[in-house]
Design a protein around this ligand. Structure first.
Ligand code: SF4
Ligand code: SF4
Length: 334
């Protein structure tokens, strides 16, 4: 069996998604043990703090990005937040929203929930198209809100001052508690999103994720696009039926949409070899299906590696800093 054939690329994607999910769960457990050691007053941590946990601080990363732009410095408290954020932006610029469909743990879990729903109900549901388009606008409004208050309106001195606060220093621990000590509101919101995702595919990603909205806009600039050869296409529409983003692939010669995540489901669904491909605009020869995910994942790993190699990965905070700061957490949350 050729694992890297068009037909098998969905299985490969699933494998990559779950490997990343397991990796992220490992980071979460290690960070949980680090914070537990702090809370128990241990003189030494059980494990060192994994910097990758800062991938869960995207709003702080946006503030860090502004700080870097206006003050010329990568803030040293949570530098990995910015490195991961930049890695994902670069991925989207060059390889579409591949982060959403190949790496993001929320996307992986949403797809899993949807598959469970499809099994339970025996079919997939799609939101009525005009309502679907209206709801998609919510994530862009949320993105506009964050871009306006952080990138546009926040003065340079305020950005630096925020990143120097104990609030930002312990934001990683606050994020951990968000998952481990969920409030009734959090549980209710997650339960509603999960129930909706059982019925409709990836509700959070499609309608509410401002991160996905940003990546979708950047992805329009990506040289990679799904391209269809109308001469050899039999117009069977299987690509459009399979597309999780609801894109009418069979009517396009090139898919230009901020909703296309580069999941390659349409390529796997096409019954004819070489009719559909994720092809960069500058490359006229056929590109094997595995090239796109290879480029996307390489971009991600190399960007993270560059952040590490340049010394912008580990926080300057010490274990003792966490021991001093963590007792303040309840007072910093309100
Ligand atoms: S057009 Fe193809 S690659 Fe893009 S989201 Fe739809 S199925 Fe995935
Ligand atoms: S699945 Fe392939 S052959 Fe069928 S409509 Fe789409 S591109 Fe054409």
């Amino acid at each position: 069996m050729n694992l890297l054939s068009d037909k098998n690329i969905t299985r490969v994607r699933l494998l990559v998604q779950w490997l990343f999910l397991l990796w992220i769960i490992g980071i979460g457990i290690r960070f949980g043990l680090f914070i537990t050691a702090v809370e128990q007053g241990n003189p030494q941590p059980f494990f060192s703090r994994p910097a990758g946990v800062e991938g869960f601080l995207p709003i702080g990363a946006l503030t860090s990005l502004k700080h870097w732009i206006v003050n010329g410095e990568i803030h040293p408290v949570h530098p990995a937040a910015l490195v991961i954020f930049l890695a994902i932006l670069l991925m989207s610029l060059l390889a579409k929203k591949s982060f959403c469909s190949w790496i993001c743990p929320v996307g992986t879990l949403s797809e899993a929930v949807h598959k469970v729903g499809a099994r339970l109900m025996g079919r997939n549901f799609r939101v009525w198209r005009p309502l679907d388009l209206l709801l998609q606008g919510i994530k862009y409004l949320l993105l506009f809100f964050f871009v306006k208050i952080i990138l546009l309106d926040m003065p340079a001195f305020a950005v630096g001052a925020f990143l120097d606060t104990p609030y930002w220093a312990v934001s990683d621990a606050k994020m951990l508690h968000f998952f481990t000590r969920m409030s009734a509101t959090t549980v209710t919101v997650l339960a509603v999103l999960t129930l909706l995702s059982l019925v409709y595919r990836t509700v959070w990603c499609r309608y509410f994720c401002p991160y996905g909205a940003l990546l979708g806009i950047l992805s329009l600039l990506s040289p990679f696009k799904i391209r269809r050869n109308p001469q050899t296409c039999s117009d069977c529409r299987q690509c459009s039926q399979a597309c999780p983003a609801g894109i009418s692939v069979h009517t396009k010669t090139t898919v230009v949409s901020p909703e296309c995540t580069g999941c390659l489901t349409c390529v796997a669904a096409c019954p004819h070899q070489g009719v559909l491909a994720m092809q960069p605009s500058f490359w006229k020869k056929p590109v094997p299906v595995w090239v796109f995910p290879a480029v996307a994942l390489t971009l991600f790993m190399v960007s993270i590696g560059a952040g590490m190699a340049s010394g912008h990965w580990q926080t300057v905070l010490t274990y003792d800093d966490y021991r001093h700061l963590l007792p303040m957490l309840p007072y910093l949350s309100h």
